[in-house]
Write a protein that binds this ligand. Structure first.
Ligand code: FES
Length: 162
């Protein structure tokens, strides 16, 4: 019985040390990330908005970039205005930040206005990205444009039916 208590105590102490170790590693990583990424990029990467899927989206696309990461964007459109947008990605933190920003940027825009959103608009919100990550906003833009095209295609399909 006593042995078990000792063993539990040892385990707890072990976990506590492990927590400290993980905490230390996280602090180091965060410190290194702060040197590379802007505060806004880290905020959007760690607390992204609009993550997920929409039920019956009016426009949807999933695109895999040259880095082999994939992004999916769903759009909900009412009277030509994008009223909701969600994204998912298996990509890097920067791609998560870009997905978060692009889905926020298009909300409330007409389809035509959304087509005019560019990767430089995402970069401007994030305050820039390192050169190695410049393809991440491009993946977000390519996915957005494909979702907009999908919306237009669906709309045309509906018009033909009427
Ligand atoms: S590294 Fe692939 S999207 Fe960022």
């Amino acid at each position: 019985m006593e042995d078990t208590k000792k063993s539990v105590r040892r385990d707890n102490k072990g976990f506590s040390n492990l927590d400290e170790l993980i905490g230390g590693i996280e602090e180091t990583i965060m410190g290194e990330e702060r040197e590379i990424y802007t505060e806004k990029t880290l905020e959007e990467a760690y607390n992204p908005k609009n993550v997920g899927e929409l039920k019956n989206p009016d426009g949807a696309a999933r695109v895999t970039g040259p880095c082999e990461d994939t992004m999916q964007i769903h759009l909900k459109v009412e009277r030509d205005i994008i009223i909701d947008s969600k994204f998912m990605t298996d990509g890097c933190g920067a791609s998560t930040a870009c997905g978060s920003v692009v889905t926020e940027l298009v909300k409330g825009k007409t389809i035509e206005e959304a087509f005019k959103v560019e990767d430089k608009d995402i970069l401007s919100v994030l305050g820039g990205l390192p050169e190695d990550n410049l393809h991440c906003p491009v993946l977000a833009m390519t996915t957005l444009r494909a979702a907009l095209e999908d919306y237009k295609k669906n709309l045309n399909g509906e018009e033909v039916k009427v």
